[in-house]
Design a binder for this molecule. Sequence first.
Ligand SMILES: *[C@@H]1O[C@H](CO)[C@@H](O)[C@H](O)[C@H]1NC(C)=O
Ligand SMILES: *[C@@H]1O[C@H](CO)[C@@H](O)[C@H](O)[C@H]1NC(C)=O
Ligand SMILES: *[C@@H]1O[C@H](CO)[C@@H](O)[C@H](O)[C@H]1NC(C)=O
Ligand SMILES: *[C@@H]1O[C@H](CO)[C@@H](O)[C@H](O)[C@H]1NC(C)=O
Ligand SMILES: *[C@@H]1O[C@H](CO)[C@@H](O)[C@H](O)[C@H]1NC(C)=O
Length: 403
Amino acid sequence: MLVLCLCMVCASASPTQPEGHKVAAENCQYRGKHFKTSFKVEGEPVVLRCPQVRYWLGASARPHVNMTWHKNDSAPVAPGKDGPRVWVQDGALWLVPAVQGDSGTYICTVRNASYCDEMSIELRVFENTEASLPVVSYPQILTFATTGSLVCPELSEFTTNKADMKIQWYKDSVLLDEDNEKFSSVRGTARLLIHNVSAADAGSYRCALAFGRRGRRYTVTRHIQLRVNRKQEETIPVIISPHQTILASLGSTLAIPCKVFLGAGTHSTTMLWWMANNTSVDSAYQDGRVREGQRLEYSENNENYIEVPLIFDPVIRKDLTTDFKCVVHNTLSFQMLHTTVKEAASFSWGIALAPLSLLVLVLGGIWMHRRYKHRTGKAYGLTALRTGHQDFQSYPSKIKEIK
Ligand SMILES: *[C@@H]1O[C@H](CO)[C@@H](O)[C@H](O)[C@H]1NC(C)=O
Ligand SMILES: *[C@@H]1O[C@H](CO)[C@@H](O)[C@H](O)[C@H]1NC(C)=O
Ligand SMILES: *[C@@H]1O[C@H](CO)[C@@H](O)[C@H](O)[C@H]1NC(C)=O
Ligand SMILES: *[C@@H]1O[C@H](CO)[C@@H](O)[C@H](O)[C@H]1NC(C)=O
Ligand SMILES: *[C@@H]1O[C@H](CO)[C@@H](O)[C@H](O)[C@H]1NC(C)=O
């Protein structure tokens, strides 16, 4: 697609060629192969649309645009409706019916008086057997316990009168009753509604449309492989972390995870984010010093969790006065949890315990002193003076002052 777009830009930027009734084939710009290969079964009508027409806006509507088709290394297909089996009509290539030998690369050439381009498209025609089903099937997905619709795809060329379009639907080759509690077809569309989709509805479907051309009747068939996805359940999320206060030392990096428990609930509809002082983290910290980390979705024992960390790089004093909040939201509930960062005093146990052990010593000393004094009366004072233990004496007095 990108290449196509680039080509288109190049094409429109290049000067137009001089006017002439015919642009030589060598001058025709090749825009490459269409990304989509067409997989069909033999015996059915097949229509190939010119892939570049959508880029040549309204080309088919212009009278001076000529679209021709040729199979790689073959002569152009004759225009008009009267070809034997293969013809070009309104710029589209019809193969009625297709045979396996039609497989190959087809090139559509679009030209007007001054411009020409080409694009190719791949067609693969398979034998009409079970074995071909995996390649010719269209995958479709519905959700468990909802009402959904199957679409019979790529029918537009065969349904000129949509009002009385009659599509028959089969599941595993059994014709479906299209008007009951389970299935109903939508008139005038290629849709089949399936009510209250269950796991049993998954599998192979086939839709068939009758199509007549030149006195012959054909059936256009599409195969659909339906997958049923589990319904996305929602539960009320529970914020299980962080704690209300987080200890951190200034200058260090810190990550506070906000962890949410969802049980069987789906990750996809649960939103989780952090706020600082009631504004988003992004706008509160435009420098990115504090930011949200990557969202983590995981399951443990069949229970779902989401985690989004708040990362401080580093923690500064201002963070101690900021109100941080983890917010979780889904269609069932809205919850939040506040947390604040507290400064953890930077200490070692030795330093922290030194005054305490001294205090114990001193108090112990006072106690001993009192006991001794009680027993020996005035004798202690004399001893103290005599030994000159000034330091020892000064401590009790200080403690007493504090008391
Ligand atoms: C388209 O091209 C064919 C073959 O070159 C030519 O016969 C026909 O007249 C062209 N039609 C138009 C509308 O130019
Ligand atoms: C056409 O066929 C030739 C030879 O088989 C091959 O080299 C060329 O790539 C084909 N062109 C396209 C557009 O597929
Ligand atoms: C031919 O097509 C090109 C591309 O769409 C357009 O720019 C040009 O005007 C057309 N010329 C004529 C004569 O219609
Ligand atoms: C949908 O189908 C389930 C069984 O698959 C059934 O239990 C439930 O009642 C049905 N719901 C409705 C609305 O019919
Ligand atoms: C949040 O508010 C507090 C008090 O009003 C203030 O001290 C702190 O700096 C604010 N934090 C931010 C990130 O603005």
